[in-house]
Design a protein. Structure first.
Length: 160
């Protein structure tokens, strides 16, 4: 049963309010997280509490229990040289990493100029009501090392 310090593997698909499919893990390997450590959005963690291997859940999560509301003032114009896009042509809607003095941060490209790019620092799923369709693949005890780190290791989890 899913409770604090269990490592959970699950497959999921994610739809927005209009029913458009945004993400689907089923083509790849399941996602792993350690329960009770904020490794996934709070609404989903709450919905998984007490469930078991083989269970299926459908849950709709409001933005405040998901990726948060969209914030104003997250739009910025930056020099293109600060963006990491591995040589790919920058396009609106593309996710890129921007180097800041606090490390890399993922942002969304809004508009591409000649030398500058307008970026939005909001999480791309911020402000959305999200419906998750989840299949719980496996539930196991966390190892001591995982408890120490506060996250799941191995397939679908953290690789150091
Ligand atoms: Zn670790």
């Amino acid at each position: 049963m899913i409770e604090k310090d269990k490592v959970v593997l699950f497959h999921y698909s994610l739809k927005n309010e209009q029913g458009d499919l945004i993400e689907d893990s089923r083509k790849g390997e399941p996602l792993a997280y350690m329960h009770g450590h904020g490794g996934i959005i709070s609404g989903l963690e709450k919905a998984l509490e007490g469930k078991s291997e083989g269970d299926h859940i459908d849950v709709t999560i409001a933005a405040e229990d998901g990726y948060g509301e969209r914030k104003e003032g997250m739009l910025q114009r930056v020099s293109a040289k600060y963006l990491k896009h591995a040589g790919k042509k920058l396009r609106p809607g593309m996710q890129v990493a921007v180097s800041t003095d606090k490390g890399n941060r993922m942002v969304t490209v809004v508009k591409v100029g000649l030398k500058t790019v307008d970026i939005d620092g909001n999480h791309p799923l911020a402000g959305l009501t999200l419906t998750f369709n989840v299949d719980i693949v496996d539930v196991r005890d966390a190892t001591d090392e995982e408890k120490e780190h506060g996250h799941a290791h191995g397939p679908g989890g953290h690789n150091h």
